[in-house]
Design a protein around this ligand. Structure first.
Ligand code: SER
Length: 559
């Protein structure tokens, strides 16, 4: 059974059981406290907290996810950065009994997975959190005929899930493991965890389940790892298998890169862009270990698109962009290698003591130059310098990973708070859109990082190439005019009366700050902004696309 059928069968099964099928949301979440979408429930978070779901109380989806938390695990049989998660969700509708029965029916009746090889885990309870053992789930599994010795109890590390981000719904979970692999996670959202990690019971109970498509394919197709399934095999076939872990890292990372770029992310040194850069460079380093020639990533990226082109048609339409970004990043990285080796060489000479350098020093050299330990050893050897206690290199690496892993899931706040250029650019864009398209244009949302801005606005149809060019030109004209950005405080009423634009979704305080650029733009805003428009450089629209009925989205950058 191939993965396309698994996806289809899952959604069909749940549709028949009264679930509305909801398309995958973007890998870039609306929740600003997380960097990527890491779970199917993320787009539904408000519906667990009482907000009415526009899709009804039962939904199912196949969600694109990207998990930086698993990046260092990639290479084993079943950890990945990019994955697809199948899930069914209930917002105050069914709870434990039906959720467990549905999962049981799909896996063991519909897909006929061997029940004998399955193990079930449930929450053992936690005194600190004052959450009791999940006796109910144990009973439900038993009623389905699962013997007691197949039901294992674990604490909060393993069997309590969520929240995603800084706060949100969470609760005990029960997992289904088949042939030793965790396949399906059923979370029972009974609590709300706030920023101080305090739990309060939710008024409305919910179900959030997640089953990795790759892992499901692995057990259904009876493969030793996710990499042998049809979701990876065509990529793997193109990479030498002399070092299996390295081969898998390349396959995982190139897939992750293709999907991240398809969402408009570009390599950079911060936030999402830095993760993209890390995986492209990681794949490039791995390719070097396997002695692959330059640009080896391009045919692999094409394989990724082959595998997914029917499920995610936008990959095909963005193919040229995706390949160009990968090729440029890899070339830049390779080109810089000679220079980086030279720096490493100098650092070795400088830091040696009595003809040797320690593993800790080697790690510092590595983190500055990205030259790996084996090559550092060779370079040191060329100068007759020895490397002592290499183990220290690896322990430093582990320490560092611990830190970066904790940080990586969180957005570093950088973009939103520290990008005055892009905030000002957003105002100019808003004003330009209203001048060129008409006064019906209203801001529906925006997301600003220090790399790019995203601006959602009301407009009934696709913008023409000419309109895009006119808007871009007008913004650039205003940048060149070097307008002063004026900041004034006034009452909300006065601001609106004097024509300041307000973002309708926001609730404003009585006294607001208004930023204006001559008589071109005037908006209520928290800032920050630049002093003069000429600080922006050049404004470029990268993309104009639909983002819901009557709403368009523009992605733009400053160069
Ligand atoms: N949110 C849970 C997970 O990601 C179940 O969907 O595992």
């Amino acid at each position: 059974m191939d993965s396309k059928d698994l996806r289809k069968d899952f959604l069909f099964f749940f549709e028949k059981k009264g679930h509305k099928i909801v398309p995958s949301s973007s890998l870039i979440p609306t929740d600003p406290s997380v960097l990527f979408t890491t779970a199917g429930m993320q787009q539904f978070k408000p519906y667990y907290l009482g907000e009415k779901s526009p899709y009804g109380e039962r939904v199912a989806s196949c969600q694109k996810c990207f998990r930086t938390s698993d990046i260092d695990e990639v290479g084993d049989k079943d950890h990945l950065t990019f994955l697809e998660m199948l899930g069914n969700f209930s917002f105050g509708d069914y709870f434990k009994t039906e959720a467990i029965k549905l999962a049981y029916e799909f896996l063991f009746k519909k897909l006929r997975m061997p029940l004998g090889s399955a193990v079930f885990t449930v929450f053992a309870g936690d005194k600190d959190k004052d959450v009791p053992e999940d006796k109910e789930s144990i009973e439900i599994w038993k009623r389905l005929g699962i013997p007691e010795n197949k039901i294992k109890k674990y604490g909060k590390e393993d069997n309590f899930w969520g929240p995603t981000g800084e706060q949100g719904p969470c609760g005990p979970n029960t997992e289904i493991h088949i042939q030793g692999t965790e396949v399906w996670n059923l979370v029972f959202n009974e609590y709300y965890q706030d920023r101080d990690k305090k739990l309060t019971p939710l008024e409305q109970k919910g179900v959030d389940t997640g089953m990795g498509l790759e892992r499901l394919a692995m057990v259904v197709q009876n493969k030793p790892s996710v990499f042998e399934t049809d979701l990876f095999e065509p990529i793997l076939r193109e990479i030498p298998d002399s070092n299996v872990k390295t081969q898998r890292i390349i396959a995982d990372h190139i897939k992750g890169a293709v999907f991240l770029i398809s969402e408009g992310i570009l390599p950079s040194n911060i936030e999402r862009g830095s993760i993209l850069r890390k995986i492209i460079r990681g794949a490039s380093d791995a390719g070097r270990i396997l002695r692959l020639s330059e640009n080896f990533l391009i045919p692999l990226a094409q394989k990724v698109m082959e595998i997914y082109k029917e499920t995610y048609p936008d990959l095909k339409s963005k193919e040229t962009d995706i390949l160009t970004v990968i090729q440029n990043e890899e070339e830049d990285y390779r080109k810089s290698e000679v220079a980086r080796e030279r720096i490493a060489q100098k650092l070795i000479t400088k830091s040696q003591e009595g003809g040797s350098i320690t593993g800790a020093v080697a790690y510092d050299i590595f983190s500055t130059t990205r030259i790996g330990i084996d090559r550092i050893k060779e370079l040191a050897g060329e100068q007759g310098i020895k490397l002592t206690d290499p183990e220290r290199f690896f322990s430093r690496e582990r320490e560092f990973r611990g830190i970066s892993r904790a940080g990586a899931e969180k957005k570093f706040g950088g973009g939103g708070k520290f990008s005055p250029e892009l905030h000002t650019a957003t105002h100019l864009l808003h004003a330009a859109l209203r001048k060129i398209l008409g006064e019906h244009v209203k801001q529906m949302g925006s997301d600003i990082t220090s790399e790019r801005l995203r601006f959602d606005f009301s407009h009934p149809q696709k913008m023409t190439g000419e309109e895009i060019k006119k808007v871009e030109d007008l913004v650039n004209q205003k940048i060149e005019e070097d307008l002063e950005i004026k900041k004034e405080k006034m009452s909300y009423e006065k601001a609106v009366k004097t024509g300041a634009l307000a973002f309708f979704k926001e609730k404003y305080p009585r006294i607001v700050t208004v930023y204006s650029a001559d008589d071109f733009s005037k908006e209520i805003c928290g800032g920050p902004h630049v002093k003069r428009t000429s600080e922006l450089g050049k404004f470029k629209i990268i993309k104009e696309e639909s983002c819901g009925a009557g709403t368009r989205r523009i992605r733009a950058i400053l160069t």
